[in-house]
Design a protein around this ligand. Structure first.
Ligand code: ZN
Length: 115
């Protein structure tokens, strides 16, 4: 893969990472503030909101963020765009759609993986 293409995918990955981080910060800002004057009710509301946020971040954004970080590492190592299972180049169309993927379409379908 050409250096120019790699730079392009790197930009895509960084943009997506920023987007996810911003969304996470936004969600965190919606949490009620931790106050000691409102008593148990507020504490419980905050605990509930935090638990919900944590679950959501862990299940969706967290997984994607990790996949993006791993893709950035592969760019640095020079293995980006190569399927980790069969070592074939991943198609350009697939990388355009999901630049953080580490599997070609065939292997993805075989593994039923989420990446
Ligand atoms: Zn493959």
């Amino acid at each position: 893969m050409s250096r120019r293409n790699l730079q392009r995918y790197k930009r895509l990955l960084l943009a997506k990472r920023d987007e996810l981080s911003a969304a996470r910060d936004e969600a965190a800002a919606l949490l009620p503030p931790a106050g000691d004057s409102e008593g148990d009710l507020m504490d419980r509301a905050r605990a509930d909101a935090e638990a919900e946020l944590q679950t959501r971040v862990r299940q969706t954004d967290g997984r994607l963020l990790r996949a993006i970080e791993e893709a950035l590492i592969r760019i640095r190592r020079g293995t980006f765009g190569v399927c980790e299972a069969c070592k074939s180049p991943i198609s350009k169309a697939r990388l355009e759609a999901v630049p953080w993927t580490h599997l070609c379409r065939d292997c993805k379908e075989r593994k039923h993986s989420t990446a």
